[in-house]
Design a protein around this ligand. Structure first.
Ligand SMILES: Cc1ncc(COP(=O)(O)O)c(C=O)c1O
Length: 455
């Protein structure tokens, strides 16, 4: 079905423009230092921006809007290999044809953003594609929001209304749920809510203990039982971030999550899975599918790679009119990109044990192993993760050495980010646009940087 204005003339221009943009963007295909005459540009602009924003930046980074696949150009003319892609947003890589097309298609529409009162075709079509991808579960509805935090707020409100007055929530230690007033309480790290009044009663239980896997289920279930024993069953839900991103990609096993879900069901506590970061990034479209939790999930939240955000919920949890609303579903371009991304990933060979995502994971882990057992012996005490969510430790994993390493890695041409505390890990959120030659190059830079950082 045609969306926006259409004509032979528009179509011809569309095709020409699409090709011309792609050809220009494709020129950014290797790491490159800053141009001599632009070397100071980023420092100057960021200094000014810092005064506007009131806060400094971790990296001297300002994008030029040019880049292709894993490569991104900065305004000083340097090109970096981007392994964090907007903290997990650009899974397909920079200037992917899907992103270019989504923007051009949006330009044929009469509006920029669309919302809940007067609907457009884009949110309707994206909802269909999304709900199609969760068919094996009981999830029946999808509600758009404009951030992962807000999709989590929606989840919490739905649970509160259903279980009122049981407003208490269970979450996992080390989890991250976002920055809204409610989500700062669901998030484990107290440094993120310094000086804040408590607005949500959340009890954090230990997550999967990889150092003692035989006891992991018992450890968590004992803590859950203790909560009921102490407080009574006053809980509306159990929030699970299956692959804990901010913690450095800590995750349990199928058996572990199934045992937790069984416990939750036994106590009539709803299961809410936060997939804001993990959506599309593991070896199935949803991490809950990879852990075979389809029968258990009651609420699932997504964001990031979708280029939009939202909340799936079951028929039973459909809230009363008035509880959830809001001006925006998202921008037309974002919703276009979301639909095309989900379709592309569903129809291509990305998921399962033989899919591209598992292949990337295996290739990265093999390279880490080679370094950890070879030239960087004793300097990479940990590497791991799942799918396109990988992390590793450098030296003793202290924050200081990890930051030093990441800044050197940036200077050497690769963008990463940290996760976790004691130890702090270096986090890679891989784009799918990586080729084998890129991976070889990445690891030669990682090796050089580790040797430069730790003597
Ligand atoms: C697991 C998880 N939940 C929620 C959020 C919050 O999403 P947003 O930053 O879009 O509000 C994030 C963001 O990093 C996340 O990783």
């Amino acid at each position: 079905m045609a969306i926006g204005v259409q004509s032979t003339d528009i179509n011809e221009h569309f095709n020409k423009l699409f090709t011309a943009i792609l050809l220009e963007q494709q020129k950014f295909d290797k790491i490159k230092p800053a141009d001599e005459d632009k070397k100071e540009l980023i420092t100057q602009k960021l200094k000014e921006y810092e005064t506007l924003k009131g806060r400094g930046f971790f990296y001297p980074f300002m994008a030029s809007g040019r880049g292709h696949g894993p490569f991104v150009e900065l305004i000083d003319g340097s090109v970096k290999l981007d392994l964090i892609n907007g903290i997990g947003v650009n899974l397909l890589g920079h200037s992917h044809p899907i992103y270019i097309k989504a923007n051009l298609e949006a330009a044929t529409s009469d509006t920029m953003m669309c919302g809940n009162l007067l609907s457009y075709q884009e949110p309707y079509e994206l909802s269909k594609v999304l709900l199609d991808s969760v068919k094996k579960s009981r999830l029946k509805h999808f509600w758009f929001s404009c951030s992962g935090s807000f999709s989590n707020d929606t989840a919490l409100k739905i649970l509160w209304q259903k279980k009122a007055p049981n407003y208490r929530l269970i979450a996992f230690q080390k989890s991250f749920a976002g920055r809204s007033v409610a989500m700062q309480d669901v998030t484990y790290n107290p440094a993120y809510r310094e000086g804040m009044p408590k607005s949500v009663q959340v009890d954090h239980v230990p997550h999967y203990n990889a150092k003692n896997p035989e006891n992991a289920i018992k450890e968590t279930i004992d803590a859950l039982d203790k909560l009921i024993e102490t407080n009574g069953n006053v809980y509306c839900g159990l929030s699970i971030e299956l692959i804990q991103g901010e913690a450095g990609f800590i995750f349990g096993t199928k058996e572990y999550y199934k045992a937790i879900c069984e416990w939750s069901k036994k106590h009539g506590i709803y299961i809410w899975i936060d997939e804001v970061q993990s959506f599309t990034r593991t070896t199935e479209m949803f991490a809950y599918q990879m852990f075979e939790l389809d029968e258990y999930v009651d609420i699932v939240t997504i964001g990031k790679v979708l280029q939009a955000a939202g909340t799936f919920y079951t028929e039973e949890l459909n809230p009363k009119a008035g509880l959830i609303a809001g001006t925006f579903n998202g921008s037309i371009a974002s919703l276009n990109a979301g639909k095309a991304t989900v379709r592309y990933l569903t129809e291509g060979n990305f998921y399962g044990e033989k899919g591209r995502i598992k292949d990337l994971e295996n290739k990265f882990k093999a390279k880490f192993k080679m370094l950890a057992e070879g030239s960087c012996k004793g300097k990479i005490p940990y590497y791991g993760g799942i799918g396109t969510m990988l992390s590793f430790e450098v030296g003793d994993g202290a924050l200081e050495i990890t930051n030093k390493f990441m800044k050197k890695l940036f200077e050497n041409g690769i963008i990463s980010f940290s996760a976790g505390k004691e130890p702090t890990r270096v986090r890679f959120l891989l784009p799918l646009a990586l080729l084998d030659e890129h991976i070889d190059h990445i690891f030669s830079i990682v090796e050089k940087t580790i040797l430069e950082t730790i003597n």
